[in-house]
Design a protein around this ligand. Structure first.
Ligand SMILES: Cc1cc2nc3c(=O)[nH]c(=O)nc-3n(C[C@H](O)[C@H](O)[C@H](O)COP(=O)(O)OP(=O)(O)OC[C@H]3O[C@@H](n4cnc5c(N)ncnc54)[C@H](O)[C@@H]3O)c2cc1C
Length: 617
């Protein structure tokens, strides 16, 4: 990596940042006052103003909370109003989450009872409440806001998904003023784009949130063991709004091409939806937060009756009532759809087709009553979600050892068997064979399969899909079937090399350093880049680790030595266990190599990365 370019006009803004809306000049506008210099040498006057400014900004953020709560209530009402057998459970959880904005009140009542009936000293009540309030308050204040130190490097973040917004907050906190470009009209990335029926996260919610800030937000989200699509979208948008990122973001703006200047940095060619012309800007650094899973993999041409799962929102106007629907792929998306397709869309039949059998193994957290109750209670314990997260971190740290010793697969199947026994899976769907390697986290799936004989499973490979006037003819294992509607849930194109090549950057993404830097691509960083998906662990935590690492790299003078790229790549190849390639349709690239997943836990990822970075000057 080339030495860092740390020049540029000093830009010390008083309160925050301003943004010119016209695309031709769309960049962060220089400040009204530029008394201070860039790195911590601001005059006392400027520092005082900045301090006051950041205080005002903090207060402004606090006043946004009620609006965010209203938004949350709106997104929840959507869930509550939908019919379904477990809907009362969902509704209670959602309401509980909402009420838990004031969990300390419940705790005061609880402790009050302790004082009244069990003789607890009054002081303990007071101390407990004060302690809890203090933690909540510190958590709120610890949200990183703009520092008084101002850095002048021009940084572009491409993508307004969870990783882009998380990194932007980290940059702001360290005095940088990034520009974010997002090709769609809203934050959220994956959770904005995917709106197929039943869409939700398949890792537990407490794992799918940033590690701290807004305990009440976290509790709201934890109203569901696994966040619904709407909740994750709400979380991303609230987070960005709370951090005041709107002023730095250009929506409907896409990066189309990048060229590196010999003197450093990149000329970036951007296109807005309102104009046919490209416009050009120069940035010292580019951070790609473009996600790995947003280019649908189609195994047949899309048509009126054949759509990709991620495009289902556009097909919503299509009536599936009394139609025979085929879902190709029985992964998370495919299985999550079964319930809603039968119950809300009133399909006549749903056939799930996959070449390697199905994932019929319920997520214990939602399916096992004891776990469910525990999860529910945790929301009411002050700091409960933080405790839960810490516990999960500990479990994750232990399983690093399993990856290291190669015991991962064996332990995983032991766990699977234990879960089968725990929930009595055979009795849940007696009509269908039990098999699979990972949980289905869907409230509706098992009820639907059990109640509707019209749900069928087909083990086979789809050989051909031919659109017909009123449906599609599908060839599976040599036999021809006719369906009224076909939903392709076969994952995404994950070839990052190809995506970068389309932007004019010809590199081999296999030569990467912890997925953050790619060899031969100086001054570029990646979030949720190659080899960093933590496989069922917290990807939001990985995003945080990567954001912090990028800040460190920006502050270092040394480049990543070539040998580190080689070491990381060799380590990945040597370490990759069988499980890494379990889901070929989501994780492997055109040549069959898995360049998405990291063969270890994120705790180990962080430790190894730290050890490397500490050796740089
Ligand atoms: C259906 C589905 C379910 C998933 N479920 C889970 C789950 O349960 N748990 C989990 O950990 N992960 C899950 N994932 C993975 C998920 O993608 C990540 O967890 C996470 O959301 C990635 O965030 P991101 O910001 O890195 O990328 P994304 O969310 O993909 O955001 C990338 C953003 O970049 C924008 N962009 C791309 N190219 C350009 C360009 N050239 N110019 C401007 N903007 C651009 C896109 O519009 C998008 O908004 C799921 C993915 C899908 C598709």
């Amino acid at each position: 990596m080339a030495p860092r370019n740390k020049t540029g006009a000093a830009r010390a803004s008083r309160v925050g940042y301003e943004f010119a809306q016209t695309p031709a000049s769309a960049q962060c506008v220089p400040p009204r006052s530029s008394k201070g210099t860039s790195k911590g040498t601001a005059s006392p006057d400027t520092t005082y103003c900045q301090y006051l400014g950041s205080l005002v900004t903090k207060l402004d953020r606090v006043t946004r909370v009620p609006k965010l709560i209203v938004d949350y209530a709106k997104s929840m009402s959507d869930v509550i109003l939908k019919p379904g057998p477990r809907q009362h459970v969902v509704a209670i959880r959602a309401l509980a989450g909402f009420v838990s904005i004031i969990p300390h009140i419940l705790w005061i009542a609880f402790l009050f009872a302790g004082v009244m009936y069990f003789g607890l000293p009054w002081k303990s009540l007071l101390y407990f409440v004060l302690f809890h309030q203090l933690i909540v308050f510190l958590d709120m204040l610890s949200f990183p806001l703009r520092r008084s130190k101002h850095r002048t490097e021009k940084i572009l973040i491409v993508g307004g998904g969870l990783s882009g917004i998380r990194c932007a907050v980290e940059l702001l906190a360290n005095g940088y003023t990034p520009t974010i470009v997002e090709r769609t009209s809203a934050y959220g990335g994956t959770w904005n784009a995917n709106d197929y029926p039943g869409c939700k996260s398949d890792v537990a919610t407490s794992y799918y949130l940033f590690s701290k800030w807004f305990p009440h937000f976290r509790m709201c989200c934890c109203a569901h063991g696994y966040s619904l699509r709407n909740t994750s979208k709400w979380y991303a948008q609230s987070f960005a709004s709370y951090a005041g990122l709107e002023k730095l973001t250009r929506f409907n703006c896409e990066v189309q091409k990048l060229t590196r200047r010999p003197s450093g940095g990149y000329d970036v060619f951007l296109k807005t939806s309102s104009s046919a012309h490209l416009y050009q800007e120069h940035y010292d650094y580019v951070i790609f937060a473009i996600g790995a899973l947003n280019k649908p993999k189609m195994i047949a041409p899309a048509s009126e009756h054949v759509v990709h799962a991620s495009a289902m929102s556009e097909a919503k106007s299509v009536s599936l009532k009394n139609k025979d629907v085929l879902v190709i792929g029985a992964g998370c998306s495919g299985t999550q759809m079964v319930g809603p397709l039968m119950k809300q869309f009133n399909a006549k039949s749903v056939t799930l087709c996959a070449p390697r059998g199905m994932w019929f193994f319920p997520g214990t957290i939602i399916e096992h009553p004891a776990k469910s109750i525990l999860d529910f209670l945790m929301q009411f314990v002050p700091l409960g979600s933080i405790i839960l997260r810490a516990w999960e971190n500990k479990v994750g740290a232990n399983s690093s050892e399993n990856f290291r010793t190669g015991n991962g697969l064996e332990l995983h199947s032991k766990y699977t068997r234990a879960c089968y026994q725990m929930v009595g899976l055979e009795s849940m769907i007696p009509t269908h064979p039990v098999q699979g390697t990972r949980p289905i986290v869907d409230y509706d799936f098992f009820d639907t399969v059990d109640q509707h004989q019209a749900v069928k499973f087909l083990k086979g490979r789809v050989e051909q899909v031919m659109a017909e006037k009123n449906g599609a003819r599908v060839q599976i294992n040599g036999a021809s079937h006719l369906f009224d509607f076909v939903i392709v849930a076969t994952g995404f194109e994950t070839d990052l090399s190809r995506r970068l090549a389309s932007l004019g950057l010809e590199v081999n993404v296999a030569d990467n350093f912890f997925g953050i830097c790619i060899k031969d691509l100086p001054d570029c960083f990646f979030l949720y880049g190659p080899n960093t998906n933590s496989q069922g662990q917290s990807i939001t935590h990985v995003m945080e680790i990567q954001s912090r690492a990028i800040i460190k790299l920006l502050n270092k003078h040394d480049a990543i030595p070539d040998v580190w790229y080689r070491e990381f790549s060799n380590w990945i190849v040597k370490r990759s266990p069988k499980e890494l390639t379990a889901c070929t349709s989501w994780y492997t690239n055109g040549s069959g190599r898995n360049l998405i997943n990291y063969p270890g836990t994120y705790q180990e990822y962080e430790q190894r990365l730290e050890a490397y970075l500490s050796r740089l000057n």
